[in-house]
Ligand binder design. Structure first.
Ligand code: FO1
Length: 326
């Protein structure tokens, strides 16, 4: 690999897809070389607990305790708490496993005691012996709102879990974003002179990546950095590997293609992105993506095995070194 040991990487991640690449990056980079930024637009308070689904998916994945069948929560879960809530007539549409609950109890308690989400996340990661840095995009409250064709505006988890992504979307807003600040460690990582790669993981562009990149100050910091910004397409052969990204694109009147994802990034963040990673199945789109002004590589981006995650991480890091040394 030609990514130097002195270089650092910042990865921007939503849930499952992002966590897979973050795991690959963590296997090829030393702890001081990688900062993973987690989207917190999905966060909400439920049954009195502060839940941070994307941070937890990345955290459990890096710790090797993630539930591979569900894609969220911990492996080997039991559901006694949820059963007890049901027995008492409480809300059960959002499933909290017993092990997962431990995380939410400790996080909520620490936040109520005045700790920041960054401090709490570092603490939880330390408890799980995670050596790489996981940082929330912001310590300020930001909530993704899903606008729907019926005119109803839905809190993200109501759209995603309660309503199973069925409502047709017309757009998204992020309440609190205009006054949010990037988390201190996020800004530090962006401003580091050793930063060579900013990797936009294969996460949902609209509800996982945009909230992170639209935090005031983030784009300016990216613009001042020498690092290469590279996005990995979450759409492969017209489909999202997981989640509602492709369905959202259709409802927003966009083609369901990796090219449309690249177009979205170029339009939203003009001149800020340098590289795009396409899956082998989308090789025919290469010229059109390049025509948008993005250096493009084609590789296997469908991460089934751990080796797939590691291989993609290596390709992305080499690609970033190539771009920055041009
Ligand atoms: N997703 C579901 O589809 N159903 C659930 O009941 C559910 C519970 C849940 C609990 C904790 C947690 O951290 C995540 C959970 N998720 C659940 C996943 C999560 O809501 C979404 O996958 C993300 O917000 C989208 O990235």
């Amino acid at each position: 690999m030609n990514f130097s040991e002195q270089s650092t990487c910042l990865a921007i991640s939503g849930g499952v897809g992002g966590a897979k690449l973050a795991l690959g990056l963590s296997r090829v980079l030393a702890p001081g070389q990688l900062t993973v930024i987690g989207n917190t637009g999905d966060d909400f308070t439920h049954l009195g607990f502060y839940i941070s689904p994307d941070l937890d998916t990345v955290m459990y994945t890096l710790a090797g305790v993630n539930n591979k069948d569900l894609g969220w929560g911990q492996a080997g879960e039991s559901w006694n708490f949820l059963d007890a809530v049901k027995r008492m007539g409480g809300e059960t549409w959002f499933q909290l496993g017993d092990r997962d609950l431990g995380t939410h109890v400790v996080r909520t308690q620490m936040l109520e005691a005045g700790k920041s989400l960054s401090e709490v996340t570092s603490h939880l990661c330390r408890q799980l012996s995670i050596e790489h840095e996981l940082v929330p995009m912001t310590d300020d409250p930001v909530a993704t709102i899903v606008h729907t064709r019926s005119g109803e505006n839905l809190a993200f988890q109501h759209y995603f879990v309660r309503d199973r992504c069925k409502p047709q979307v017309t757009g998204f807003t992020f309440s609190g974003l205009d006054v949010a600040k990037p988390a201190p460690a996020f800004l530090r990582a962006l401003q580091s002179p050793s930063l060579v790669a900013i990797v936009v993981c294969p996460s949902n562009p609209f509800v996982s990546v945009d909230p992170v990149l639209k935090i005031p100050g983030v784009m300016d910091a990216i613009g001042s950095s020498e690092a290469a910004v590279i996005a990995v397409s979450p759409i492969v052969a017209g489909q999202a590997i997981k989640g509602p990204a492709a369905k959202m694109m259709a409802e927003l009147g966009m083609p369901q293609t990796a090219l449309a994802v690249a177009q979205h990034y170029v339009e939203q963040y003009p001149g800020k992105m340098q590289g795009f990673v396409l899956d082998e199945q989308d090789r025919p789109l290469r010229d059109e993506v390049e025509a948008l002004g993005l250096s493009t590589i084609v590789t296997n981006t469908v991460m089934v095995t751990l080796q797939d995650r590691v291989d993609l991480a290596r390709v992305v890091l080499n690609f970033s070194s190539e771009i920055t040394s041009r």
